[in-house]
Design a binder for this molecule. Structure first.
Ligand SMILES: [Mg+2]
Length: 216
């Protein structure tokens, strides 16, 4: 594939969100002396981050019959969750290699501006991209077509020159394909519905390098 640009998802793709959350929950459980099973249930209710924590904590308090104020648990999440963001294996080497091959790089992520930018800084990726598109800053979110075309406009490339990489079948494969891009799915635990067909199904981030034209 003769590419000019690669657009990346952040959470579950370049950011090992599952590992970051595991580390946060270990501290959270210690700080509040939370019961066995709490961390596992938190992870289920969180649904890869798609569920608001303003709903998750009150539900946990109710389910486990806790005496804690849900607001205090939520504050702990704001204070600590993204303090030690973990990169996905190979993220830095893959971005550097794509850059070396002359590709434009972008990030398209759903989420809050502060949180996603703090995460990028923690991962050492604050300056890694030619454009960063965060849904809350733009007033549109994946998989709405507008968010993908905004990123393409900012990079000055066409959809058919661009590969999107991410772990969500809907947001990172179907949406980008409907906008005219090719899409590569990296494994992240999301089930792949039968009607969604990634152009590339990768084992890990390094697989993107095999989709490029060989160097001459
Ligand atoms: Mg993701």
């Amino acid at each position: 594939m003769n590419l000019k640009a690669v657009l990346f998802d952040l959470d579950g793709t370049l950011h090992d969100r599952a590992e970051t959350v595991r580390r946060y929950l270990a501290g959270h459980v210690r700080r509040f002396d939370l019961p066995e099973g709490y961390a596992e249930r938190w992870t289920v209710l969180d649904d890869f981050g798609y569920r608001s924590k303003a709903e998750v904590f009150p539900q946990l308090v109710a389910e486990f019959g806790l005496k804690h104020n849900p607001q205090a648990l939520l504050q702990d999440f704001s204070d600590h969750a993204w303090a030690d963001c973990q990169p996905m294996p190979h993220s830095h080497e893959v971005l550097a290699e794509l850059r070396r091959r002359g590709l434009r790089l972008g990030l398209v992520t759903n989420g809050w501006s502060d949180k996603q930018r703090r995460c990028m800084a923690g991962l050492g990726l604050a300056d890694a991209f030619d454009t960063v598109v965060i849904s809350r800053e733009m007033g549109c979110a994946k998989p709405e077509p507008r968010i993908y075309t905004l990123a393409l406009e900012q990079l000055g490339v066409r959809a058919d020159q661009t590969l999107f990489m991410g772990d969500s079948p809907t947001n990172d494969v179907l949406g980008p394909q409907q906008a005219g891009m090719k899409a590569a799915l990296v494994p992240g635990g999301h089930a792949l519905p039968g009607h969604i067909r990634p152009d590339y199904l990768l084992q890990d981030l390094r697989g993107v390098l095999d989709t490029l034209e060989p160097e001459r």
